[in-house]
Design a protein around this ligand. Sequence first.
Ligand code: KG4
Ligand code: ZN
Length: 330
Amino acid sequence: MALILGIESSCDETAAALVTSERAILAQHIASQDDAHRPYGGVVPEIAARAHAERLAPLIAATLADAGLTLNDVDAIAATAGPGLIGGVMVGLVTGKALAMATGKPLIAVNHLEGHALSPRLADPALRFPYALLLVSGGHCQILRVDGVGQYRRMATTIDDALGEAFDKTAKILGLGYPGGPRVEKLAREGDAKAVPLPRPLIGSAEPHFSFAGLKSAVLRAKDSGHYRDADIAASFQQAAIDCVIDRLKRALATMDGVTALVVAGGVAANQAMRHALEHLAAAHDLPFIAPPLQLCTDNAAMIAWAGVERHAQGQSDPLDFVARPRWPL
Ligand code: KG4
Ligand code: ZN
């Protein structure tokens, strides 16, 4: 059995976790920075980097203490090395390197997207490669074919905003505050999804890519017109976003032979209406639908530790001069 310490700091959650190759999360801590960024309506990179630097070391110590372990018990240290806000990524990666150097344990520099892509396998031992993955978060909006550890084919990406970003911008337009996704979903429950005519960008187009900038502008126009209830705008926006995702996924699935499941990951996977729509789509394709537990869908360190477990099992590690990457496509 291998034990991996995972470190995550690429956006606005500072997190550490201890995960075993037998899928046990022995301990984990996540410190959200929502309060620090709320006054600005979004993540401020400088504030994020500073908060990571202040919180990460005590958070790792608390995680080890919770499990009753020390760094000597760990087999490798897995730290997010990108993509993300570079200041935060550097804090986590440098911390991982320092711990690796001090203990002589191997460093595994994890691509944050690989963490999301493999996290369903931490939750579900039965999930086999290859699977289709919808990755929808504040920073990412992709459809991936996951063929194995390190084997990812990007089938679709967004040409402008990520889906979570569109939820966050809609929340801002409606004055709901930050983070916006859960608040839009809550308000949408009281609204009529057919009340506001909104575009479905790229629906029907041959390439399965996403675009949400036009939808966001239409939400702004609907709000400014003063003709609609906020709840109706929220519900109509959410429905338009779901329609786009389902159409694009249908297009991508048509080209993905042999996949064993439809899997969703990323913060937007918390959206219940989205989950229902995905469940129907999977059933129509005779595929099991797999949505990891919510705390594994949003940013966390257990998924980074798990990517470390998978790569450690293949004998992989990275040099201590590995450079943090703000951009790092899978
Ligand atoms: O994966 P995540 O925690 O961080 C990133 O890597 O971005 O995703 C956060 C994103 C935010 O944009 C947030 O608004 C969105 O996920 N989100 C939701 C919901 N919960 C979180 N979007 C729609 N409905 C939700 N219930
Ligand atoms: Zn993420």
